[in-house]
Design a protein around this ligand. Structure first.
Ligand code: 4AD
Ligand code: MG
Length: 444
């Protein structure tokens, strides 16, 4: 059929003829009228078929079309303020691409299904309105990140997936056999961005990263996407400000362009509207004092989490407690160096602390950003590599960053799925990535 248009463009075709192509989301009939609700990925539109206006074949086809069958409909576009997208189609011609037989219906029906079943059918679940809304928000988040960084002069530098060395600790490495040599799936592009920052000044990478996380929490995936900016000459405060600006820009953009999706997900928009500068900042020591209060201890006991101990990294319950005290993300800096990565610059005021920052989202969503100033002194970095028992050989190239024109530099990584989980206000990370990979899931 001629004149194919997407449902989202129907407003440009009011009163004229158009062809829609998509899938049957819903159907009902009332005497001599069939209502076929079509979903085409860009929106939904009610196609109205009157027995009087179509051939007997088309009329029969209407009752043969089962849920999620693919078809195209041609007719006249009519404005109708009561219709979901504001327009409907008065059908004149109809053609099926494929009719799903009654005997083997589309597996996801309009009723309650268990999450495991839905995850097994993730390739089909993507069609559901809630999943559609979440992944549209993800798409907007990624666009907003790129726009933000490009506007500020950053250059995209893609980092490799196969790497010879660990970036974020050896306990979560995925090992592969690289033609007889050990290689690991990357945990972060950071090590490759640091030299690139010396070449381009301001760089970022955005790609999949891998952690063999043995934890089954709602915050962990084994494969997740991270956006990582890295800036030459930047110190900790500079990247704290950058991360703050980035998060404000992203939430603002989602409120502006993905309002409908967020409403469909029943997100409390006022929570996102309060995400404005400045974000509260505190040091690890200040956070530790709050976590050692009676209130915090009670909270930990209630949630069954071990009580916070000074010197340890913050756990999920600690982050939830701290995050709940504010209406926007908070930034916690200067953790004990011993619980953080080998490459972090020590705080000159207290070298047992690292010049690092974690951004914690409110409402129990936990850490969304981790970043730091990097060690720029050759001898100190070499010492750290040795202390962490990392194979020096695999890091020679990385040491070159400190051999040839070394400068202070800093960067951070933001997990896209953590961010989207918080922005959409959903419970579990796994719905924010098209095909989640977790401890128990490698299918579909
Ligand atoms: O704090 P992380 O481990 O930092 C790094 O990888 C640095 N090298 C980044 C940098 O400085 N360039 O991870 C950064 C972020 C976390 O804040 C979190 O949002 C996300 O990555 N993340 C995960 N997301 C989902 N599942 C997991 N298992 C994650 N681990 C980290
Ligand atoms: Mg971290």
């Amino acid at each position: 059929m001629r004149d194919h248009v997407y449902i989202s463009d129907l407003n440009k075709h009011d009163g004229s003829r158009a062809t829609l192509r998509g899938w049957l989301a819903h159907t009902r009939s009332k005497g001599r009228i069939h209502f076929l609700v079509m979903r085409d990925g860009s929106g939904i539109c009610q196609c109205v078929v009157s027995m009087a206006d179509v051939s007997p074949e088309v009329w029969k086809l209407c009752s043969d079309l089962t849920l999620e069958s693919s078809f195209e409909a041609r007719g006249k576009v009519r404005k109708d303020d009561r219709a979901p997208g504001g327009f409907e189609l008065a059908v004149e011609e109809l053609r099926a691409f494929q009719i799903i037989p009654e005997g083997n219906p589309y597996p996801i029906q309009p009723k309650e299904h268990g999450t495991e079943f839905l995850l097994d059918n993730r390739h089909l679940w993507l069609r559901s309105s809630r999943q559609h809304a979440i992944l549209r928000v993800r798409d907007e988040v990624v666009k907003a990140c790129r726009d933000f960084l490009y506007d500020r002069g950053f250059v995209l530098i893609d980092s490799p997936i196969f790497t010879p060395a660990a970036c974020e600790g050896t306990s979560t490495l995925f090992e592969t056999d690289y033609f007889g040599q050990k290689a690991y799936l990357t945990q972060s592009g950071q090590l490759y961005l640091e030299p690139a920052a010396q070449a381009f000044g301001r760089v970022f990478c955005f790609g999949p990263t891998f952690r063999a996380e043995k934890s089954k929490t709602r915050r962990h995936l084994t494969e997740f996407w991270m956006i990582e900016p890295e800036v030459a000459f930047a110190e900790l405060d500079d990247i704290m400000e950058l991360s703050e600006d980035l998060v404000v820009a992203i939430t603002g953009r989602c409120l502006e362009r993905k309002r409908e999706e967020l409403k469909r997900l029943e997100r409390d928009l006022s929570r996102l509207e309060s995400v404005q500068k400045p974000f509260p900042r505190m040091t690890y020591d200040e956070a530790a004092r709050l976590l050692q209060s009676d209130e915090a201890r009670g909270h930990a006991a209630e949630s069954g989490a071990p009580p916070f101990e000074y010197g340890n990294d913050l756990g999920a319950a600690d982050e939830t407690f701290l995050g709940a005290r504010f209406d926007r993300p908070i930034m916690i800096s200067r953790y004990p160096a011993s619980v953080k990565a080998f490459y972090m610059q020590p705080d000159p005021a207290d070298p047992t602390k690292a010049l690092c920052v974690d951004m914690i989202a409110p409402d129990g969503y936990g850490e969304i950003i981790g970043g730091s100033q990097r060690i720029h002194d050759y001898d100190l970095l070499l010492r750290r590599i040795e202390e962490h028992r990392l194979p020096r050989q695999a890091f020679e190239w990385y040491l070159d960053v400190r051999r040839y024109g070394s400068v202070p530099h800093s960067g951070f990584g933001m997990g896209i799925e953590r961010l989207v989980t918080w922005i959409t206000g959903i419970h579990h990370l796994r719905e924010t990535i098209p095909y989640p990979r977790t401890l128990q899931r490698l299918y579909p």
